[in-house]
Design a protein around this ligand. Structure first.
Ligand SMILES: [Zn+2]
Length: 101
């Protein structure tokens, strides 16, 4: 067994404009999780915390490498009181709203 067969690949669905603008499977080549925590001195003890996950992803179709950031925190919860997960892709999938440098 080759070493690369041992570790299961993490795969995420990311919109790939180079493959027609649909969601494509991307291999996560590298993933870095950075948790953060903010202590608050208020009496309700409402310290905030969250995690930013940075992922280098490669499209399985066209091998384009893009950067994905997944983040959640205890400030924004969904209906079930679970932290809502946001994801952003760099470069952005749509080029129409790109700002000039
Ligand atoms: Zn692609």
């Amino acid at each position: 067994m080759r070493p690369c067969d041992v570790k299961p690949h993490k795969v995420v669905k990311v919109t790939c404009i180079d493959c027609g603008g649909d969601d494509r499977n991307h291999d996560v080549l590298r993933e870095i999780e950075i948790p953060w925590e903010e202590e608050e001195e208020e009496e309700d003890g409402g310290g905030e915390e969250g995690v930013n996950t940075f992922q280098i992803c490669r499209c399985r179709g066209c091998e384009t490498v893009r950067f994905r950031v997944e983040s959640w925190d205890t400030l924004i919860l969904d209906k079930d009181d679970e932290p809502k997960i946001f994801s952003r892709i760099f470069p952005e999938a749509s080029s129409s709203d790109r700002l000039p440098i």
